[in-house]
Design a protein around this ligand. Structure first.
Ligand code: NAD
Ligand code: MG
Length: 385
C-alpha cells in the first residue's frame, strides 16, 4: 500500500523538497493534497505533475485562476483557510506533512490530528505556540508527530530503541547563522541582505532571519521540549558551524548518541515520510575528506538575546511562547519590509512579552486570541513611533 500524503505549503522551501523526495520514491507515496497560500503558478505546475485528489489555494482571489488552469484535470480546487482544514478530513489521506510557515499552520495540524492523521511536522511554530495542547491531543487520539526539523529528526533517530531509557540531556546544534562571532555594535547596522545570506542552509525568508537572530534555536528548544517531553533545563544549545552533527541525546550513563549527515533537508523529510523504515536514495554522501575538523562553540547569549527571550517565555509557559512567536513573526516581517532594524526585532519581542497580560489558553481559539492581541499591540506601537 502506498502512503497517501497531503502537503500543506507545498510551494515553499520544505514543500518543494518534500515533492522531490516523493518523486524519487514513486512506489512508496501518492500525493493526495497540495496547498499554497498565494503561489498559484507553482501550485498548478505541481498539481499537473503529481495529480493530487485536491488542491487548496488559501488566497481566495487566486481561486478562479487555479480552477481554470486545472479545468481539464480530475483535481478538486478549493480556496480559503477553512478549506485548508476541511480537506484534511478525506479518508484517503494517511499522513499530513505541514510545511506552512508561522502560526497559520496550527489550526490545520490540530484538525488533522483530531481526524487521526499521522503528522510529519516542519512547521515548528505549531509546537512553539500550542505544544501542550497539540501533544496532549495527539496522545489522546493516538497519532504520531514525526519531526522534519533536522535537529529534532536527529534526536528522534538517536532515540530509536531507547524509548524506556531516561534522557539526561538533549543537545541541539546550531550553525550560528550569518552573524556568528559578531557583537552588537556590528549587528546595529546589518541589512536585510546580510541577514538573508545564510552560510549553510537555503530556506524560506522567515526561518532564515530566525537563524540570523538565533530565535530559530529558541523556537527549536521549545519544539524539542514538547516533542520529547523534556524541560528547558535539560536542553543545551551548541554552535556547530559545519552543521554535520544534527543534534545529540545524552543518556543517564553519560553516553551520547547523535545523527550525522550533510546539511540537506531532504534527509529528515524522507525519514519522516518513510518512518519507521528507511529507503535508499542517491543524495550526496558525507565524506571525511571534505570535513577534516568539526568545531563547537558556546552560544553568545549577550549578543543574541532572542535565545534568552525564548528560554524565559518557555519557562513562564501559558501564552508567553505564543506572544514570543507572534511578536517574532511580526517583527521579522517588519524587518523584511524595511520598517525596523535588525536589533529592533528582539526589542519588539521583549516589549510584547512585558506588556501583554499572562493567560493560560486551553483551546486553539484562545491561542489565536493571544496571537491576535500581540499583533494588535505591536501594530499600535509601530504607529506611535
Ligand atoms: P516558505 O516560506 O518557503 O514556505 C511556506 C509555505 O507555506 C508556502 O507554500 C506558502 O504558500 C505557505 N503559507 C505561507 N503562509 C501561509 C498561510 N497564512 N496559510 C497557509 N499557507 C501559508 O517556508 P519554509 O522555509 O519552507 O518553512 C516552512 C516551515 O518549515 C517553517 O515553520 C520553518 O520553520 C520550518 N523549517 C524549514 C526548514 C527549511 O529548510 N526551509 C528547515 C526546518 C524547519
Ligand atoms: Mg532546524
Amino acid at each position: 500500500m502506498k502512503r497517501r500524503i497531503a502537503i500543506l505549503g507545498s510551494t515553499g522551501s520544505i514543500g518543494v523538497q518534500a515533492l522531490e523526495v516523493i518523486e524519487h520514491l514513486p512506489d512508496l507515496f501518492e500525493v493526495e493534497v497540495l496547498t499554497s497560500f498565494n503561489n498559484a503558478e507553482l501550485l498548478i505546475k505541481q498539481a499537473k505533475k503529481f495529480n493530487p485528489n485536491a488542491v487548496v489555494i488559501v488566497n481566495n482571489e487566486a481561486y478562479l485562476y487555479v480552477k481554470e488552469a486545472l479545468r481539464d484535470d480530475d483535481i478538486k480546487v478549493y480556496a480559503g483557510e477553512k478549506a485548508l482544514c476541511e480537506v484534511l478530513e478525506m479518508s484517503t489521506i494517511d499522513m499530513v506533512l505541514s510545511a506552512i510557515v508561522g502560526i497559520a499552520g496550527l489550526r490545520p495540524v490540530y484538525h488533522a490530528i483530531k481526524h487521526g492523521k499521522t503528522i510529519a511536522l516542519a512547521n515548528k511554530e505549531t509546537l512553539v505556540v500550542a505544544g501542550e495542547l497539540i501533544t496532549k491531543t495527539a496522545r489522546e487520539v493516538g497519532v504520531n508527530i514525526l519531526p522534519i526539523d533536522s535537529e529534532h529528526s536527529a534526536i528522534f533517530q538517536s532515540l530509536a530503541g531507547e524509548f524506556h531509557n531516561p534522557i539526561e540531556k538533549l543537545i541541539i546544534t546550531a550553525s550560528g547563522g550569518p552573524f556568528r562571532g559578531k557583537k552588537r555594535d556590528f549587528l546595529r547596522n546589518v541589512t536585510k541582505n546580510d541577514a538573508l545570506n545564510h552560510p549553510v542552509w537555503s530556506m524560506g525568508n522567515k526561518i532564515t532571519i530566525d537563524s540570523a537572530t538565533l530565535m530559530n534555536k529558541g523556537l527549536e528548544m521549545i519544539e524539542a521540549k514538547w516533542l520529547f517531553a523534556i524541560p528547558e533545563e535539560k536542553i543545551e544549545i551548541v554552535i556547530h558551524p559545519q552543521s554535520i552533527i544534527h543534534s545529540l541525546v545524552q543518556f543517564e550513563d553519560g553516553s551520547l548518541k547523535a545523527q550525522l549527515g550533510l546539511p540537506d533537508m531532504k534527509l529528515p523529510i524522507q525519514y519522516a515520510l518513510t518512518y519507521p523504515h528507511r529507503a535508499s536514495n542517491t543524495f550526496p554522501r558525507f565524506s571525511f575528506n571534505d570535513y577534516a575538523t568539526l568545531t563547537f562553540e558556546t552560544p553568545d547569549y549577550d549578543t543574541f538575546s532572542c535565545l534568552n527571550l525564548a528560554f524565559n517565555a518557555s519557562k513562564t509557559g501559558g501564552n508567553a511562547p505564543c506572544i514570543l512567536n507572534a511578536a517574532n513573526e511580526m517583527a521579522v516581517q517588519n524587518f523584511l519590509n524595511d520598517k525596523i532594524s535588525f536589533l529592533e526585532i528582539e526589542k519588539n519581542i521583549e516589549k510584547a512579552l512585558e506588556e501583554i497580560p499572562f493567560t493560560t489558553p486551553q483551546t486553539i481559539d484562545e491561542y489565536y486570541e493571544s496571537d491576535h492581541e500581540t499583533r494588535l499591540f505591536l501594530n499600535k506601537k509601530m504607529n506611535l513611533e
